[in-house]
Design a protein around this ligand. Structure first.
Ligand code: ZN
Ligand code: ZN
Ligand code: FE
Length: 780
């Protein structure tokens, strides 16, 4: 509508002019998404002349004709955009008529500064799927079918502009039939860069772990029968390899866990259809929408009682990570009688997902029995994304395939900044103008391979945005690999950002908030500015700066890192902190300390001056409470105990809360000791579900009370919730409703993860804002 208005306001008395010409410019995700043929078809429909052309800034269109036809042309663009296109900026301007006699699609122009957004990879579209299953189609069951609306994008791109020659499809010259489609503006494969068919495109083959090709007629049927026999197959797909096994077979799943050395961490599964998803998990309307979305993330679904699945998929946890097929190859693996497969990223722990055939053979040797591969190179590693829902909101847990490199749109425009993120769940972020481009998920930077991948990601993001920032933002933690990498960037200005400030700013950025807010960063651990391990933080923050207005009372982490996997250690520390010497008696009753440990040894650990840091972590408090309640004293992955704690409390109605104190020292200190005292006292006679529910509710009210006290002092009414603990849906819901009841405006994450996967965004915006302010100061 507003374009119509623009046209009418452009000062052209339209009745008097026979022929007019208008120039449009579209920016955003407008290349590689069928935008030009879309414009061509509409121009053609209204008999308009002129051209459409890709350039480095987006797509330029000039149309010439009668004013009413041009209005109709404009009106038809609105609301009819191709499914993957997103227009972020549109300019309209009247120009002199040129007497064009046709409408043309002109070749790409590659010059000047780039501001075209690369499209993420997209699940196969319905039209392609129909052809795929049509026996008379020339692409019948061809696993690399795609069109302008679907298929690989980011994962095949070597550089921009996005043209076939700049992708890993360059090795596959188009056959005459494919070329015809590619060149025909009215064909739905017009300039579909990955266009391919069985005659000219990539091919599948089945190999063993020694890279020898199996001589079989049909690699798919062979794979299906190997899966039925319980074998583990590594499957190469869009953004990397998956390890697949039959999800209904307990021995097969257990074998995969044993070989992958992943005893309990949940495994993602892929199901053939929504119907199957509904049999194994609870699918609400939002979950259904997410499962079917072109991004096809893994969606966390509350488990249903059923006998279909192996019990070893997500033992002890309330949710299943489920996705629907997104590539044509998946449809082949899940057609017929097979309805559920385990589909977990093919990597060793702390290593990135495998993408090359040779790499997969050597790294997966000893895990995968066979590998189903293809001969198209994966240029960019891209893991599956993970999303959960909270009420009618969605929350990203891992933002990767389907979403990257789609930028987060910001309220302000910034100088280019590169932000390197943290150490766990690493991802980088590149700030350019008013967009923040997050890289695919890199993972934990513990292995040399993961560190290489981080550097690969920097290379990738600078290449596809054509930006070489001269500012690098990173975490204060001196031992993070990313911080050390930043220190080595000699030609960059370095801006360190405190971990929890970065969390809060990332949430502000995605919600378009500027200025001061109350930031609650409820997190595992992060480097504090006073050298302590921070983690339960109340900040009074804006984009550039913060004040630590409060925090959780400190406690010790006996054994340091070890305490993360052995929460009983933290529980012992909390008990002694709460009960003094009486702690031994209670610990004995609770059987908290492992049998091979003496109390004297534990005391020694608690008193140790080395490897026993003080922390204000929120996450570790949850782990410790799980240990105190006997839910789990040791874990096999971070956050496991807290997840089980949440699961137990789920939906248990409670009215009361435990006592706690808010002390005023240098800021507010949330003293949790009274809570611990009550928990161990009531453990004897109150059901554990009730205690865990009360605990969550207590934390929610304590957070609210501190927020109220900060509001009294600062007059700020906006509260921003970030940090990994807010993946706990119950904690998030309880805290939000409690804050809202107290009149706060509450903001949480949706587009980027609340965990460390999102902090690069906060770092980037924080650094960008500091530079903006410096420039502003200099010019005043
Ligand atoms: Zn398609
Ligand atoms: Zn072909
Ligand atoms: Fe964090």
């Amino acid at each position: 509508m507003d374009n119509m208005a623009k046209l009418q306001n452009s000062g052209v008395p339209k009745q008097q002019k026979e022929i007019v010409r208008f120039r449009f410019h579209f920016q955003g995700t407008v290349q590689g998404v069928g935008f030009r043929p879309f414009i061509y078809r509409i121009a053609d429909k209204y008999g308009l002349k002129g051209y459409v052309q890709n350039n480095t800034q987006g797509v330029a269109v000039e149309v010439e004709g009668r004013p009413q036809e041009i209005s109709a042309f404009e009106g038809e663009i609105d609301g009819n955009l191709p499914p993957l296109a997103e227009v972020t900026v549109r300019q309209v301007q009247e120009v002199e008529p040129k007497n064009s006699d046709s409408f043309q699609i002109i070749d790409s122009r590659d010059q000047g500064e780039h501001s075209v957004h690369i499209c993420p990879d997209v699940a196969i579209c319905d039209q392609c799927l129909e052809e795929f299953f049509n026996p008379s189609d020339r692409r019948y069951l061809y696993p690399f079918i795609n069109c302008t609306n679907c298929g690989p994008r980011l994962t095949i791109i070597r550089t921009i502009p996005y043209d076939r020659t700049n992708t890993s499809m360059a090795e596959f010259p188009l056959c005459p039939s494919c070329l015809e489609e590619y060149q025909d503006p009215l064909n739905r494969r017009f300039q579909a860069e990955p266009n391919a068919c069985p005659d000219c495109g990539p091919q599948l083959s089945l190999i063993d772990s020694k890279e020898s090709k199996l001589e079989v007629d049909n690699p798919i049927t062979e794979t299906l029968s190997l899966l039925s026999e319980g074998f583990i197959i590594a499957v190469k797909d869009l953004g990397g390899f998956h390890l697949c096994v039959d999800a209904t077979s307990d021995p097969a799943v257990k074998r995969l866990r044993r070989l992958k050395n992943r005893p309990e961490k949940p495994l993602a599964i892929m199901v053939d259809s929504l119907e199957t998803a509904k049999k194994i998990g609870q699918v609400g309307s939002l979950e259904e929408k997410l499962l079917k979305s072109p991004q096809r993330p893994i969606v966390l679904l509350p488990k249903r009682e059923q006998k279909l699945l192996s019990k070893s998929i997500a033992p002890g946890l309330p949710n299943l990570g489920v996705m629907l097929p997104y590539s044509p190859l998946h449809h082949l693996l899940l057609s017929g009688s097979r309805k559920i497969l385990v589909m977990t990223s093919a990597n060793l722990s702390h290593e990135p997902i495998c993408i090359q055939n040779q790499e997969a053979c050597s790294r997966l040797a000893g895990i995968a029995d066979y590998l189903l591969v293809h001969n198209r190179e994966i240029v960019v590693r891209c893991d599956d994304s993970i999303i959960q829902t909270i009420g009618n909101q969605c929350q990203m847990i891992r933002r990767s395939r389907g979403f990257t490199p789609k930028p987060v749109r910001l309220r302000k425009s910034y100088e280019p900044v590169l932000a390197l993120g943290g150490e766990l769940k690493a991802a980088i972020c590149l700030l350019k103008d008013s967009y923040a481009f997050l890289s695919p998920h890199v993972g934990d930077l513990a292995s040399p391979q993961a560190r290489d991948f981080l550097e690969e990601s920097i290379e990738l993001m600078t290449r596809i945005t054509r930006t070489r920032p001269s500012v690098v933002a990173f975490d204060h933690h001196p031992a993070y690999f990313s911080s050390q990498l930043a220190e080595r960037m000699s030609d960059c200005r370095k801006i360190p950002v405190q971990h929890h400030h970065a969390h809060v700013v990332s949430c502000m950025a995605e919600n378009g908030l500027c200025g001061q807010v109350i930031g609650l960063a409820m997190d595992g651990t992060g480097y504090g500015l006073n050298g302590r391990v921070w983690g339960g933080e109340f900040l009074l923050a804006d984009e550039a700066d913060f004040e630590r207005a409060g925090h959780f009372a400190y406690y010790s982490l006996p054994g340091g890192e070890k305490a993360i996997l052995e929460p009983w250690r933290i529980a012992a520390a909390l008990l002694r902190e709460t009960l003094g010497q009486d702690w031994r008696r209670i610990a004995e009753v609770l059987r908290l300390v492992p049998q091979d440990m003496s109390f004297d040894l534990v005391e020694k650990m608690l008193d140790s001056k080395v490897n026993n840091p003080l922390t204000s972590s929120c996450g570790r408090l949850f782990d410790a409470v799980a240990a105190l309640l006997g839910i789990r004293r040791q874990v096999s992955f971070e956050g496991q105990a807290a997840m089980e704690l949440e699961a137990l409390a789920k939906d248990h109605p409670v009215e009361r809360i435990f006592p706690y104190q808010i002390l005023e020292e240098q800021g507010f200190v949330f003293d949790w000791r009274p809570i611990i005292g009550c928990l161990v006292e009531e453990r004897i006679h109150v059901p554990i579900e009730e205690l865990t529910a009360i605990f969550h509710r207590t934390i929610g009210s304590a957070l609210t009370e501190v927020a109220c006290r900060i509001r009294e002092r600062s007059d700020q009414n906006r509260v921003v919730l970030s940090g990994g603990c807010f993946q706990n849906r119950l904690l998030l819901k309880t805290t939000m409703s409690c804050l809202q009841k107290n009149g706060f405006e509450v903001y949480s994450h949706c587009q980027v993860p609340p965990n460390d996967g999102g902090i690069a965004l906060g770092q980037a915006v924080c650094a960008g804002e500091r530079i903006r302010r410096a420039i502003y100061r200099d010019t005043v």
